[in-house]
Write a protein that binds this ligand. Structure first.
Ligand code: ADP
Length: 223
């Protein structure tokens, strides 16, 4: 299986304190990797580095065999990170989910007509169990925490991402939303071969879906 991420001699340091120290790690395309470890062990830091939202203090990260700069086009349109507390635009559900599709369109990544965008939003919303007719015109502040997280997940799924990084996506949502988010992640791999990395304390979920498991302690991989 081809390698999508390769990390070599990675260290990340915040305020003179080492948060992550990984000699070598490779992640294969189309796999689901579970990431566990106590709070503060470096899971979010690793996910941010894989999302290329920041550079490691030291070391090299190859994405599809190439070094990528934070926010390079290739990374921005291929890799997406969903955090525990998602950020939504202060707009409707429809506008939140269409935002990424419109930016892609602007950059000539995919030719999305308004009709195609609407169809993609409908499909993405159905993946997370949100009825288009009920939710598409709802504003960001008319959603429960679980619904907001599902909107954030739908916004990522609408892009059919090459890589989906999930940082405790079900930690602060209701049971139904957690179930829909877990289901949607599974479908993304089956339908598009999306490579997924999930940081979660939900060991049952990780055991069920993951091909590989990384356990971090104080910034190092211990298993
Ligand atoms: P986890 O996701 O496993 O809880 P994090 O990656 O969030 O771990 O944090 C790893 C360590 O780095 C912790 O000691 C945390 O306090 C520290 N840390 C994380 N982000 C920052 C930051 N922006 N500035 C300073 N220290 C940070």
């Amino acid at each position: 299986m081809a390698t999508i991420f390769e990390l070599k001699n990675i260290q990340h340091i915040y305020n003179n304190r080492k948060a992550l120290d990984i000699k070598y790690l490779s992640i294969s395309k189309g796999t689901i990797t579970g990431l566990t470890g106590p709070n503060g062990s470096g899971k979010s830091t690793l996910l941010k580095l894989l999302a290329f939202t920041m550079r490691p203090t030291k070391g090299t990260i190859l994405f599809n065999g190439k070094i990528e700069a934070p926010f390079s086009k290739c990374v921005r349109f291929g890799v997406t990170l969903l955090t525990q507390e998602p950020y939504l635009l202060k707009r409707t559900v429809y506008e939140n989910i269409s935002y990424g599709l419109r930016i892609r369109h602007k950059h000539g990544i995919s030719g999305n007509s308004d009709k195609q965008i609407k169809m993609k939003i409908r499909i993405a919303m159905s993946h997370v169990g949100l009825d288009f007719n009920i939710f598409s015109d709802r504003k960001w502040d008319e959603l429960s925490g679980g619904e907001a997280q599902r909107v954030a997940m739908a916004a990522r799924l609408a892009l059919k991402p090459e890589v989906l990084l999930l940082d405790e996506p079900t930690a602060s949502v209701d049971m139904e939303s957690a179930h829909k988010i877990r289901d949607a992640a599974k479908k993304a791999r089956v339908q598009w071969g999306t490579t997924i990395v999930i940081a979660s304390h939900d060991i049952n979920w990780l055991d069920e879906v993951c091909d590989n498991h990384i356990h971090l302690v104080e910034g190092s991989i211990v298993s």
